[in-house]
Design a protein around this ligand. Structure first.
Ligand code: FBP
Length: 327
């Protein structure tokens, strides 16, 4: 079978056969395919049904909540509340974890940012859904401990990218495969088999407007990238305001995404459990690297659900150079 018409479901069965899996993980991944198709449709229609704006409330991150943030979180809950293998969900949009009423049967827990980059919704920019899937680490009724696992324990991770096309990119521990949604028939087809992140190429992505908040070493390191004085030499600056969009470009073209710590926010902005760890899992399966500036992201054991860490993510050479300049 040519990969160009291999569907997501067929790939899941291949993964399952390879890993002698029970099919539970494939079912969970398939539900994220459903979430992706639902949200691609919601985002496309938001402008027509007055869903581009804010709700007037703030979330646990003290961030203004948009109508689509709620819609996205509801779509995740709707997709998984009747799936017995999922014991619980941690979400950027929920202060506490959601535990399934049949949670004790569940083998997996999910960590997700239902709509990353939601600030782009009213300017038709890229956005995404990020997810990480862990096996439970406790027995009996699920607890917070099931979620506070290092990224090294992830059994699968991925994202859905909503942009000029809708893509689902994931790894279940093996290669990173990218699928593109054919909206006319509602099916994801394999278009990017076994993605490997390029070295010695690609842009650097960072919000340079934050320069006044960084320490001297961070400022000097970013200046080296800006002045094209790094090992890669000539490179562009690209920053979309959506981590998933900037990471997807980095994964395909190489380069680095950076969100450093700041004077008043030494842990930076991005969340470990449902942004940094799942994307670093993918990045490292594609040959790249993810660091908080001092240690590998995947080694960090979370102590809080919405814990933040600085993030340096992308081509191995770029991340090593950036982190080396911070030492
Ligand atoms: P959300 O998940 O709340 O959207 O926050 C994450 C994020 O929007 C990333 O997607 C993006 O890269 C970053 O924040 C932009 O932050 P800033 O506007 O401070 O550069």
């Amino acid at each position: 079978m040519s990969t160009s018409r291999l569907t997501l479901s067929e790939q899941f069965f291949r993964d399952q056969a390879d890993a002698q899996a029970t099919g539970g993980l494939s079912t969970v991944l398939n539900r994220f395919s459903l979430v992706g198709r639902m949200l691609a449709s919601e985002i496309m229609r938001a402008g027509f049904v007055g869903k581009l704006g804010y709700t007037g409330t703030t979330n646990v991150q003290d961030e203004d909540v948009r109508a689509l943030d709620i819609i996205s979180n509801d779509a995740v809950l709707e997709a998984f509340e009747s799936i017995p293998m999922v014991a619980g969900i941690a979400s950027e949009e929920m202060e506490d974890v959601w535990i399934s009423k049949d949670g004790e049967q569940g083998k997996y827990v999910i960590a997700t940012d239902p709509l990353d980059g939601s600030g782009n919704v009213d300017v038709a920019g890229q956005m995404g859904t990020i997810f990480g899937i862990y096996r439970r680490s406790t027995t009996g009724k699920p607890t917070l401990d099931d979620f506070l696992q290092p990224g090294r324990n992830l059994v699968a991770a991925g994202y859905v990218l909503y942009g000029p096309c809708t893509m689902l990119v994931y790894s279940a521990g093996g290669p990173v495969n990218g699928f593109t949604l054919d909206r006319s028939i509602g099916t994801f087809f394999l278009t990017h088999p076994d993605i490997r992140i390029p070295e010695q190429s690609g842009a650097y992505a960072i919000n340079e407007a934050n320069e006044g908040k960084w320490d001297d070493k961070t400022r000097a390191m970013v200046a080296a990238f800006r002045r094209q004085e790094t090992a890669v030499g000539k490179r562009a600056a690209r920053y979309s305001g959506a981590l998933v969009g900037d990471f997807h470009r980095t994964l395909l073209k190489g380069g680095i995404y950076m969100y450093p710590g700041e004077a008043k926010k030494p842990q930076g902005k991005l969340r470990l459990l449902y942004e940094n760890a799942p994307l670093t899992f993918l990045c490292e399966k594609a040959g790249g690297l993810g660091s908080d500036g001092k240690q590998p992201i995947l080694d960090i054991v979370p102590t809080e659900l919405h814990q933040r860490t600085p993030l340096f993510l992308g081509s191995k050479g770029d991340v090593e150079e950036a982190v080396g300049r911070l030492a």
